[in-house]
Design a protein around this ligand. Structure first.
Ligand code: SF4
Length: 288
């Protein structure tokens, strides 16, 4: 049994930056730090952060001391104003790539455009982006959302995507929106980190007979990676920790692909790798 590890597995630069920023604030004595929602979608990392007094706050309105951290997904301008009014120290860990999408939305909203966002309903990044549209933002999660859009000024439609959407989905929605608004502008706002991971998993799927995808069960980008692998016809496990893998799961596999979502730390990937190696060493070779 052989294991190949994806080159793109593990933290993306936006998540690394967010964690570095909050850890720096903690080390400089600004604890307790409260993140406005989960900093990243990975329960194991959140547990480690808790040990440095970095807590997830489900209701930041109740926080009256310490520091508030804005997560990588970003927030609406109203929410930012509200947090500032609390008078507490703020650590802004909004990913610069997401900040760039917010900038495009803000600029085009000011120029009178209606903004079509290709994304996932309820995702914090999408909620943040909609906050920049002055009520002229339309989320396209499923195709029916296109039919539900009101009639828009024809030459003032701008399409962007949540950073972790697939390129195929962005182009599919753009084509459908342009059937109604042929002059609609489109900005490819996808983060290459996501596209590179998706490309690599599809390449690996051509070779491996089992794929292990490590990452938070609530992480959208990790879920999509596992879906892609399954769609490519490979037996796939989406796990958070090494405890979810047993010898019977991997028995009979010749080549295992190991990859991880953007919010999975290297130490967790190493633990899973180690567990797979231990299983491989203990498997009794089949003799004919
Ligand atoms: S996936 Fe891309 S956009 Fe999202 S946090 Fe990472 S670097 Fe930023």
């Amino acid at each position: 049994m052989k294991i190949i590890v994806a080159k793109t597995a593990g933290f993306c630069w936006g998540v690394s930056r967010a964690i570095d920023l909050v850890m720096k604030a903690a080390n400089e004595g600004h604890s307790p730090i409260y993140t406005d929602g989960a900093l990243i979608h990975n329960p194991q990392v959140l547990k480690v952060l808790e040990e440095s007094e970095i807590h997830v706050s489900s209701n930041i309105d109740n926080v009256s001391e310490g520091t508030i951290a804005i997560r990588a997904h970003g927030i609406t301008p109203e929410r930012r104003t509200h947090l500032k009014e609390k008078g507490l120290k703020i650590v802004d860990a909004t990913c610069p790539h997401v900040g760039g999408i917010q900038g495009i939305v803000k600029k085009h909203t000011h120029e009178g455009y209606s903004i079509v966002i290709v994304g996932e309903r309820g995702h914090p990044e999408v909620i943040g982006l909609l906050g920049f549209t002055q009520g002229r933002g339309y989320l396209i999660d499923v195709d029916e959302d296109i039919e539900r859009m009101p009639e828009l000024p024809p030459n003032k439609v701008c399409i962007v995507a949540q950073s972790t959407q697939s390129r195929a989905r962005l182009h599919e929605v753009t084509e459908k929106v342009r059937q109604i608004y042929p002059n609609a502008l489109m900005f490819d706002t996808l983060c290459d980190v996501t596209a590179d991971r998706q490309d690599e998993i599809l390449e690996m799927a051509k070779e491996v007979d089992l794929m292990i995808v490590v990452g938070g069960k609530n992480s959208g980008n990790t879920q999509r990676m596992a879906e892609l692998s399954r769609e490519a016809g490979v037996r796939t496990f989406h796990i958070e920790t090494e405890d979810e893998i047993s010898a019977s799961d991997v028995e009979g596999s010749q080549l295992i692909g190991l990859t991880a979502g953007a919010s999975t730390p290297d130490w967790m990937i190493k633990r899973v790798y180690q567990k797979l190696e231990n299983i491989a060493q203990n498997l009794i070779p089949v003799t004919v």
